[in-house]
Design a protein around this ligand. Structure first.
Ligand SMILES: NC(=O)c1ccc[n+]([C@@H]2O[C@H](COP(=O)([O-])OP(=O)(O)OC[C@H]3O[C@@H](n4cnc5c(N)ncnc54)[C@H](O)[C@@H]3O)[C@@H](O)[C@H]2O)c1
Length: 328
């Protein structure tokens, strides 16, 4: 059975990618330094090491002992606002550690990587829906760290025959079974709205109601984490044959913050008191993917990403985990 190393295996998306890969017959070697992840999210059926993705020597020992066929690299820090305050943290964790991982893979003859990139590489888009050939113009060190890693991967593909693809996720959301979204602090709208519906938090901050959108709030493209996980399975199977090095992972349909709050109210049957705050620096008015390429080249279409389905799944998870993962 092919063995895949998943970095960030204790994180929101990583834990669910692990599950999808196992369901497809892969053996998983998971790594995570648990800086932001949760021990309780780690699948008990995998081999797991608590290690930093940039710890060359430790990973070298691990890979010599347990050779892998491919790496799915999800480990990273994810908050644009934190990256504005501390860019060095993002460049060292997301770029330097990524390059160290690539070098370690090279030494151990691992020639395949699926990389988690982000819609943040596009910055403030000049057209929407956004296609992959849109200018790469990130406006935060977080987005820049993803754009640089994409360039590094391109160079490795050219110079070292690395078979690689970067998946630019839009807004990941939802939950699968016992696995859900528990970022601390949480900066994402759906879990934060649900926490208010569950009366864990008293009110929801909405950042900006003066955007040039129909109701004045920002518009985002929400994609179910199960659909993101399936994209990873398809990509791993097709690595080396894909015509492109980067794909958007989104639905092509955007929802405003207010529409999302309405949906959470409908699903939870609770009212959600909101407070309008100023726009967050670097939050574009609208981020919606054109995901045609992933559909054409890989046959991927979103299957679980209707907004009501996403919110229902997320709500169920948060209702069952009001304080998030235990022991974290
Ligand atoms: N959540 C989203 O909406 C979204 C959108 C676009 C892109 N992404 C990307 O997807 C990936 C996963 O996101 P997530 O929401 O699951 O985040 P997450 O914080 O839940 O998971 C990331 C995991 O990586 C681990 N980690 C971070 N740096 C590490 C390092 N140097 N070595 C080892 N482990 C490390 C953390 O402990 C955490 O468990 C990230 O790379 C993120 O940038 C996420």
């Amino acid at each position: 059975m092919p063995q895949v190393m998943v970095t960030g295996a204790a994180g929101f998306i990583g834990s669910i990618v692990v599950q999808a890969l196992r369901d497809s017959g892969y053996d998983i070697l998971g790594i995570d330094n648990l800086a932001r992840g949760h021990r309780a999210a780690i699948d008990e059926g995998i081999t797991f090491y608590r290690v930093n993705a940039g710890d060359y020597d430790a990973l070298d020992r691990i890979l010599q002992q347990s050779p892998v066929d491919a790496v799915v690299h999800l480990a990273g820090y994810i908050q644009a606002s934190e990256s504005m305050a501390d860019p060095g943290l993002y460049y060292s964790n997301n770029v330097r550690d990524g390059i160290s991982l690539l070098e370690c893979m090279r030494r151990n003859g691992v020639t395949k990587m699926v990389f988690s990139s982000s819609a943040a590489v596009y910055g403030v888009p000049h057209s929407t829906p956004i296609t992959e050939d849109h200018a790469i113009a990130p406006i935060s060190p977080y987005g820049q760290s993803k754009a640089w890693m994409e360039s590094v991967l391109e160079s490795y593909a050219r110079s070292h025959d690395l078979q690689t693809v970067s998946l630019r996720f839009f807004n990941a959301a939802g939950a699968v079974g016992r696995l859900g979204e528990d970022h601390r602090p949480e900066t994402h709208l759906i879990p934060n709205a649900i926490r208010v519906a569950l009366r864990v938090d008293p009110e929801l901050a909405l950042f900006g109601d003066d955007y040039p959108t129909p109701d004045g709030t920002a518009i985002r493209d929400y994609v179910h984490v199960a659909d993101i996980a399936r994209a990873h399975v398809l990509c791993l199977e097709a690595l080396g044959e894909l015509p492109s090095l980067a794909y958007n992972v989104g639905t092509g349909r955007g929802y405003s913050n207010k529409e999302v709050v309405d949906m959470v109210e409908r699903v939870s049957l609770e009212s959600i008191p909101t407070r309008i705050e100023p726009r967050r620096p670097g939050d574009p008015p609208e981020l919606v993917a054109d995901a045609t390429a992933l559909q054409t080249d890989l046959g991927w279409t979103p299957q679980m990403s209707a907004l009501d389905q996403i919110v229902k799944d997320a709500f169920r998870w948060h209702r069952d985990h009001e304080r998030g993962y235990p022991g974290s």
